[in-house]
Ligand binder design. Structure first.
Ligand code: NCD
Ligand code: ZN
Ligand code: ZN
Length: 340
């Protein structure tokens, strides 16, 4: 008999871009009304690098998510000159520190210039001692389809040099990254919804699909299958991280399209559909909450989201004041809805 209702407890999105200003006011509630918590990326302009900015940003997020039982797990933008004292002082306000190689993705210009372990050693040593997890956007600046694969030796060098440092390979897109997960105890990963669904063909195989363009770019069918296998069995070192990355419509539908797929408002419905199709709904709560709770040692606010197998027509666009954003599956019908 086919399942027609499903419950997700304490859903967590462990990789999320909420932006700021009106965009934050637009997208914040689209996460906070369904998720218990989310790991908030620090790539604002300028990036979040001080305690003052971090706490002020957290306050703006909580205001935007008006009254929802929701916890933003804050991250700091990695700089190689953070002192031990600074990190010790901020450690209880953050869930981790996000490292971007300079210029590799949206608003990462002030990221690190070198991924050499010796160059990064002082900061990583402090983080390791203080128990602060390191989240990484793992791409080189090589050929676009090879950037993540080429980053694997860098993950290996950091994982082996700092065995006590918790490392999260963010938004993995390749079979290589899935395989690396099992090689080092201290390596974990997030995977997005869109990378479980699409390949490069969906982005550029026919008419160009700017709303599916993101970093890292979607890869090959064998990569998608490896990611999907790991997600469907709720591999214990893998967590859901939507990487929902809103950009206004005019920045997506133009020459020089910004990278990022906006999935927050449809993520839980489409994940339910996907896990249902493969008869793996029993593993969905682990993938979307329990694994992250264990990896990060968090005890999220109680929230049960009820889904029903009923068509939902995804809005063509979400708007607030002067901001707007086009979601994945805009204008399409998806088979699962949130219960009203
Ligand atoms: N994923 C993306 O394509 N874009 C993200 C940045 C990132 O997560 O790399 C963004 O902030 O827009
Ligand atoms: Zn990234
Ligand atoms: Zn991201």
């Amino acid at each position: 008999m086919s399942i027609t209702t499903f419950e997700i407890n304490e859903p967590l999105d462990m990789h999320l871009h909420l932006r700021d200003g009106d965009m934050l006011k637009l997208v914040g509630p689209l996460t906070s009304n369904t998720f218990s918590g989310a790991l908030i990326m620090p790539n604002l302009v300028p990036p979040v690098t001080t305690k003052e900015d971090l706490l002020a940003y957290k306050k703006r997020i909580l205001e935007a998510c008006d009254g929802d039982a929701f916890e933003p797990y804050m991250t700091l933008f990695f700089k190689n000159d953070y002192t031990y004292e600074f990190l010790e002082d901020i450690k209880d306000d953050i869930i981790g520190i996000k490292l971007y190689p300079a210029g590799i993705t949206t608003n990462s210009e002030t990221g690190v210039a070198s991924m050499d372990v010796e160059v990064l050693r002082p900061t990583l040593e402090s983080m390791s001692k203080l128990g602060i997890p390191l989240c990484i956007h793992g791409e080189t600046n090589g050929f676009v389809m090879d950037r993540e694969k080429e980053f694997m030796p860098i993950y290996e060098s950091i994982a082996s040099a700092f065995p006590d440092l918790k490392i999260i390979m963010e938004h993995i897109t390749t079979k290589d990254a899935v395989e690396l997960l099992d090689k080092y105890d201290n390596l974990h990963a997030t995977v997005t919804l869109h990378h479980l669904l699409i390949t490069l063909d969906d982005v550029a195989g026919g008419m160009l699909a700017p709303h599916l363009f993101c970093k890292p770019i979607a890869k090959r069918p064998e990569d998608r299958s490896a990611l999907l296998d790991a997600a469907l069995k709720a591999h214990p070192k893998l967590m859901f991280g939507s990487d929902s990355a809103p950009h206004p419509k005019h920045k997506k539908e133009c020459c020089g399209c910004a990278a990022g797929v906006f999935t927050s408002p449809i993520a839980l419905q489409v994940l339910t559909d996907l896990f249902d199709k493969y008869q793996c709904l029993d593993n969905l709560n682990a993938f979307v909450s329990l694994n992250a709770q264990k990896i990060y040692g968090k005890n999220p606010v109680k929230k049960t989201i009820k889904l029903i197998k009923k068509d939902f027509v995804v809005p063509a666009i979400y708007e607030f004041e002067n901001e707007n954003v086009v979601p994945m599956f805009a204008g399409e019908t998806i088979p699962w809805s949130l219960e009203d």
